[in-house]
Design a protein around this ligand. Structure first.
Ligand code: ZN
Ligand code: CA
Length: 379
């Protein structure tokens, strides 16, 4: 039923519109226009204003012609860099970029699939319940659109996000994550003339990091130090260094433990160093721990899973529940009491210039979503 030619055209059109994170105005205009032309009630919130983006999230509502609970279809409008001037190449049924940019299948394959599904529903007057289409901004830079989404606009308690690779998989488990920022204060001095007057903040931080267990902690827990910034010149004992990292786990208790171990390591090294220091209160430590996102854990008997599995079975396909180590908009929706299963569109090698997607996979995802909508409408 999916019109592959139209799907391919929509996808090509969307990837040609630059929409790197925070710069989604142009693409959101096009999407709002299309959604309104299909008869949706289209709103855009002011999320962008809250974090310095060009525009807000789109919430487009289709009333439906069957009285069942409303359901969300979600995708994000932004892409990572290098994402400007994308020229899609279509060869042997596969879309890729010309090789100097990403393709933007993450997540424009999802935008195109959702639009195609909505067109099919409209053209064929298919029975469907109320649909809330949510296209977010700035997912790629910390789920900012979703975090600032006006959830008052939504009444669904469940739905589907299209933002993964495997069209026969549904992501139901994602970890919680903490974002840690450490600042070590030392004391500046001329490194050649008077090094004994200085306290090297970089060295102190280095010791603290060296003591940490990083990487994979266990099957559901990881942590990382990802950014270190400090120092002004090679002849100055560095006064200050800033270190950023993260911890993730599917288990809140483990997340707390790993986070605490990272903090403890800084506290211990800084305190040891200040015992032997030339200055009473130096080096010193400041740190913050912020929840980056909260875990999702959708049970296998949840309607999100049963709907997707039944739809796949009706199409003679399989559907497996998957766990991911990454965070997505679905994590934020979950915090607001909305369970989103994340299904794949066939996109591959995301965030690289080798990114690609098969038209057949996008079409298959469209068929799956159509079948989900059809099943849901039966109540
Ligand atoms: Zn994505
Ligand atoms: Ca991504």
């Amino acid at each position: 039923m999916i019109d592959k030619e139209r799907l391919a055209q929509t996808f090509s059109r969307l990837v040609r519109i630059d929409s790197v994170s925070k710069e989604e105005k142009a693409i959101s205009k096009v999407l709002c226009q299309i959604l309104a032309s299909m008869g949706a009630d289209v709103a855009q919130d002011d999320a962008g204003k809250k974090f310095g983006g060009q525009t807000g999230n789109i919430v487009a509502k289709f009333k439906g012609n069957v009285s069942v609970p409303p359901m969300i279809l979600n995708a994000h409008m932004d892409t990572v860099e290098p994402g400007r001037g994308v020229e899609p190449v279509f060869e042997n049924g596969v879309f890729s970029s010309k090789g100097d940019t990403i393709l933007g299948a993450d997540d424009k394959s999802a935008l195109a699939v959702i639009l195609e599904v909505l067109w099919i529903i409209k053209e064929n007057s298919l029975p469907h319940g109320p649909l809330e289409v949510v296209f977010t901004v700035s997912e790629e830079i910390g789920l900012l659109g979703a975090k600032h989404l006006n959830f008052d606009l939504l009444s669904s308690t469940f739905g589907f996000a299209l933002d993964a690779t495997d069209p026969q998989g549904i992501v139901t488990r994602a970890p919680s994550a903490n974002h840690l920022v450490f600042t070590v204060h030392g004391k500046a001095a001329h490194a050649g003339a008077k090094p004994e007057n200085g306290i090297n903040a970089i060295q102190v931080a280095g010791k603290a990091i060296a003591e940490m267990k990083l990487g994979r902690i266990d099957h559901e827990t990881t942590c990382n130090i990802g950014i270190i910034q400090g120092g002004l010149a090679i002849n100055i004992v560095p006064e200050r260094v800033r270190v950023e990292g993260e911890a993730r786990s599917h288990d809140e208790e483990k997340l707390n433990q790993v986070t605490k171990a990272m903090v403890d390591s800084f506290e211990k090294i800084v305190s040891d160093a200040s015992q032997e220091s030339i200055e009473k209160n130096l080096p010193s430590l400041e740190y913050t721990v912020e929840k980056e996102f909260t875990r999702t854990n959708i049970p296998e008997n949840h309607p999100v899973v049963t709907l997707a599995s039944q739809a796949a079975a009706n199409l003679n396909r399989t559907m497996v529940c998957k766990s991911t180590g990454g965070g997505a908009d679905a994590n934020v929706f979950c915090q607001h009491g909305i369970d989103l299963g994340v299904i794949g569109t066939g996109m591959m090698d995301m965030h690289t210039i080798k990114e690609s997607v098969k038209l057949d996979d996008m079409a298959a995802t469209g068929e799956l979503v159509l079948e989900i909508i059809r099943l849901h409408a039966q109540g």
